[in-house]
Design a protein around this ligand. Structure first.
Ligand SMILES: *Cc1c(COP(=O)(O)O)cnc(C)c1O
Length: 392
């Protein structure tokens, strides 16, 4: 598949909806990125950091007790939770910091909601000795003090955003504003397969190592391809990372799990694909949660990393062409999923990941006997245990 096209379109989705002042910066980035994509030295450098610093390759683990519990499904877990910093986000921030370095940028900025992308960016910035400023809503700063402390410890500056709802979408706006003003020396690190072209392509490229490894590992163990791929969807980067290399394997079914929060018929969910409409957010056209005036709604999920009112344009495209199916799991179901994996396998998953785990129970009810599935275990749950300790 050769999408996106050179303008960044995945069918009707994607593109570049940014102020004129950013068009030059994006086309610079495009030029550099397209040439680095096939540059052997760059690839070798990226691979080096993935391996020696982040801890790749990650295992593909056959979860025997969980599989026995589910009966009809043989479950393999792709262990992104074992990476440095505890989740898949580091794959992307290492890649983007290497691009920034190639472009001679001396400062990186990012927005963060719960702080996970902020921490992953601050980590890579410390590694490569680049100044790092993270925009974060004041509400989120109050809720996520531990991640704020981590970012500061890593040498980053956390800039409080006091506008609007003081959460992720406002932090995104501020980061864009900063980038417009400082593009000469500043690189904008986006945390998921969203944003204007070439970000969805670039982040997919850096995260696709997940599926490349998993595909090989599965074939080695099972001598065939899996029947299903399963991953949770915030912006969609761990899912796209897993899905992408299986795109042409027509018999491999892909399922993305969105956060249904308190329920799809409430206002408190983050189901941008199941409940969204076509619109523009963060510089690209996709499926987003918006009101009748086109104002972005506030998303909700118990998992901070899923709490995003948009989704990467490539997922909107996969949904439209029927290549992937997108389902939903509520906060409560996710907590049950977290307990299930903890108690059957001794692995406490992130609340985000717990959404994918929770869906396994529903999937097991509708599959043929002896079906197999790879679940992207996007992150570990240590960060979440204090926030759920009164709920389980
Ligand atoms: C951020 C995060 C997610 C959601 O982001 P995607 O871009 O959809 O992958 C999922 N899992 C974990 C552990 C995260 O930190």
């Amino acid at each position: 598949m050769n999408l996106p096209d050179r303008k960044g379109h995945f069918g009707e989705f994607g593109g570049k909806f940014v102020p004129e002042t950013l068009m030059a910066a994006l086309s610079d980035l495009e030029k550099v990125f397209y040439s680095l994509k096939s540059n052997k030295k760059f690839k070798a450098e990226f691979d080096f950091y993935l391996k020696e610093y982040a801890g790749r390759p990650t295992g593909l683990y056959h979860a025997k007790r969980l599989s026995a519990h589910l009966k009809r499904l043989k479950v393999y877990l792709k262990r992104e939770d074992l990476l440095h910093t505890g989740a898949h986000k580091i794959n992307n921030t290492l890649g983007q910091l290497l691009v920034a370095r190639r472009m001679g940028k001396t400062r990186v900025i990012a927005e963060t909601g719960a702080g996970q992308h902020g921490v992953a960016t601050a980590t890579a910035a410390a590694l490569f000795n680049v100044q790092c400023d993270i925009y974060m809503g004041e509400e989120d700063i109050a809720r996520q003090s531990l991640n704020v402390f981590r970012m500061r410890l890593l040498g980053a500056k956390v800039i409080p955003v006091k506008t609007g709802s003081k959460t992720l979408k406002d932090a995104m706006n501020e980061a864009m504003r900063d980038w417009v003003t400082n593009v000469h020396d500043t690189f904008y690190v986006i945390g998921t397969v969203a944003g204007p072209h070439p970000y969805p392509l670039m982040v997919r490229e850096f995260q696709s190592v997940i599926g490349r490894e998993a595909r090989k590992q599965f074939i080695t163990k099972e001598n065939k391809l899996p029947d299903y791929l399963l991953a949770c969807i915030g912006g969609g980067s761990n899912a796209m990372g897993l899905f992408y290399n299986f795109f042409n394997d027509k018999n491999v079914r892909m399922i993305g799990v969105e956060a249904a929060g308190l329920g799809l018929n409430t206002q408190k969910h983050a189901a941008s694909l199941n409940k969204g409409e076509i619109g523009v957010l963060h510089g690209s056209k996709s499926s987003i949660l918006q009101d009748s005036d086109g104002q972005i709604k506030i998303a909700h999920s118990i998992a901070a990393g899923l709490d995003y009112p948009g989704v990467g344009p490539e997922h909107a495209y996969y949904k439209k062409i029927g290549r992937a199916q997108y389902v939903c799991v509520t906060d409560q179901e996710a907590i049950a999923g977290l307990k299930l994996l903890s108690q059957t396998e001794g692995i406490i998953p992130a609340l985000e990941t717990a959404h994918a785990i929770a869906y396994l129970g529903k999937l097991a009810k509708r599959v043929r006997k002896n079906s197999s599935v790879i679940v992207c275990l996007s992150g570990r749950g240590d960060k979440d245990v204090t926030s759920i300790k009164d709920l389980v």
